[in-house]
Design a protein around this ligand. Structure first.
Ligand code: HEM
Length: 182
């Protein structure tokens, strides 16, 4: 089994209870009451399953990576009883760009990492890529965040700021699933 493969299962029971599903753009996902995040791709019943793999970074430069590694927190902190699963698909125009053009939009123009860094260490994150899988996927990325309830408002403001950037002009499908520990 690929140790970088994870599945997000939309179910009617599980460790994370759905608070709300916000339809940001493009098609939403079928309603579920719970989400389970599991390693690999187990054959368990679910309403839907989204799969992605963690991967090497594409855009961060050395100084940014060093800073990130120094402050970022891991998943599963006991106080992090809130989470968000935000599956995202970018459009064909994004994928037609070259690596250096994408980096320019991502950081030089949109300051994605610089903005995000303001919210660390309270927000823990893990990025999963779907385009690296053999099967076709409805999303390009599955983004996962964990935080304590007192940082919920900060997380909301982070979302507002990122969605106002030129990078988000390339997002054609986004669903925000907000969760609390069941
Ligand atoms: C990618 C940082 C929050 C969505 C990245 C990357 C970094 C980063 C460094 C690039 C990784 C690479 O080099 O390949 C952060 C930080 C955040 C944050 C520090 C603070 C919590 C968010 C949020 C969202 C998001 C809230 C969704 C609403 C994405 C997506 C990518 C990404 C979709 C992949 C972009 C692409 O490869 O085209 N993030 N991020 N990030 N992030 Fe964030």
């Amino acid at each position: 089994m690929n140790p970088r493969l994870y599945s997000f299962l939309g179910k009617q029971s599980g460790p994370w209870r759905v608070q709300r599903i916000v339809h940001v753009c493009g098609d939403t996902l079928p309603d579920v009451s719970h989400i389970e995040l599991v390693a690999g791709s187990p054959d368990v019943p679910s309403v839907w399953a989204l799969r992605g793999v963690t991967s090497n970074e594409r855009y961060v430069e050395r100084s940014e990576k060093t800073q990130l590694v120094a402050v970022q927190q891991g998943l599963g902190r006991p106080e992090a009883s809130r989470a968000a699963l935000i599956p995202i698909r970018k459009n064909a125009a994004w994928w037609a760009l070259t690596q250096d053009e994408r980096r320019q939009i991502f950081e030089d123009v949109s300051h994605h990492n610089a903005i995000g860094m303001e919210y660390l260490p309270p927000i823990a994150r893990r990025l999963h890529h779907c385009r690296d899988l053999p099967e076709e996927s409805p999303f390009d990325f599955l983004t996962w965040f964990e935080f304590a309830p007192e940082h919920e408002a900060a997380f909301d403001s982070l979302l507002t700021r990122l969605r106002a950037t030129p990078e988000w002009g390339y997002v054609e499908r986004e669903v925000e699933i907000r969760l609390e520990r069941a």
